[in-house]
Write a protein that binds this ligand. Structure first.
Ligand code: ZN
Length: 63
């Protein structure tokens, strides 16, 4: 599954970078980057944090 990282944190109440699957109905349509393919959201979030997005968090809907 491909995971996406939202780069625009201004719409998140906690100013975090949401992580979504590429098929989530809440997935971002702009200002996002692909995290690549991962088996689960935990791996995707670890990857995002390694890239410097320390406030990455999973989407409540898809992850
Ligand atoms: Zn989602």
């Amino acid at each position: 599954m491909e995971y996406l990282l939202i780069l625009d944190t201004t719409k998140n109440p906690n100013k975090k970078n949401g992580v979504h699957t590429s098929v989530c109905s809440n997935r971002p349509t702009s200002f996002y980057m692909s995290l690549g393919d991962w088996d689960n959201e935990e791996q995707a979030i670890i990857h995002a944090k390694r890239r410097g997005y320390t406030k990455a968090e999973s989407c409540a809907k898809c992850c």
